[in-house]
Design a protein around this ligand. Structure first.
Ligand code: CMP
Length: 135
């Protein structure tokens, strides 16, 4: 039985600067997800603060906003079976040094704030975040 879902990923400025946007998107295509929307853009502070609103009381909020605004990013809506949880599995642990090899953060990053990629953690987050990025 399939559970068709959509989710959002954002390749962060460190992933963009490293030149691995294509490699990252390919992983999702090879897994079987379809690209429903794709956009290259740079966050401004207001948009970043809205995007990361759930973290507004955390000690790392300002660092997070400043990092996501520091360079170009790529937003992508993916569709497929169990997209939200499967994409999060492929992305790996938030702390890249603890992410399993074979995951995107495990293979491409070493950072925490700069952890290559963001992926929506729920259907509600996907709706909120994709509205912010794709209007
Ligand atoms: P992301 O998936 O974009 O969602 C929120 C982000 O906050 C997370 O990835 C990390 O980049 C960042 N983050 C979470 N916890 C910490 C922390 N303790 N210190 C710094 N950054 C963090």
């Amino acid at each position: 039985m399939s559970n068709l879902e959509q989710t959002l990923i954002v390749v962060k400025p460190d992933g963009f600067k490293k030149g691995i946007v294509g490699k990252i998107i390919s992983r999702f295509e090879e897994k079987g997800f379809q690209i429903m929307n794709l956009k290259s853009f740079q966050f401004d502070t207001d948009t970043a603060r809205k995007f990361y609103d759930a973290h507004k009381d955390k000690h790392f909020f300002n660092e997070l906003v400043s990092f996501i605004c520091s360079g170009k990013t790529v937003g992508c809506i993916l569709e497929g079976n169990n997209a939200i949880s499967t994409v999060r599995l492929m992305v790996g642990n938030t702390k890249s040094t603890e992410a399993q090899p074979g995951t995107i953060r495990g293979d491409f990053g070493l950072g925490f704030t700069d952890n290559i990629i963001h992926a929506s953690d729920s259907a509600e987050s996907f709706i909120k975040e994709s509205k912010i990025i794709f209007n």
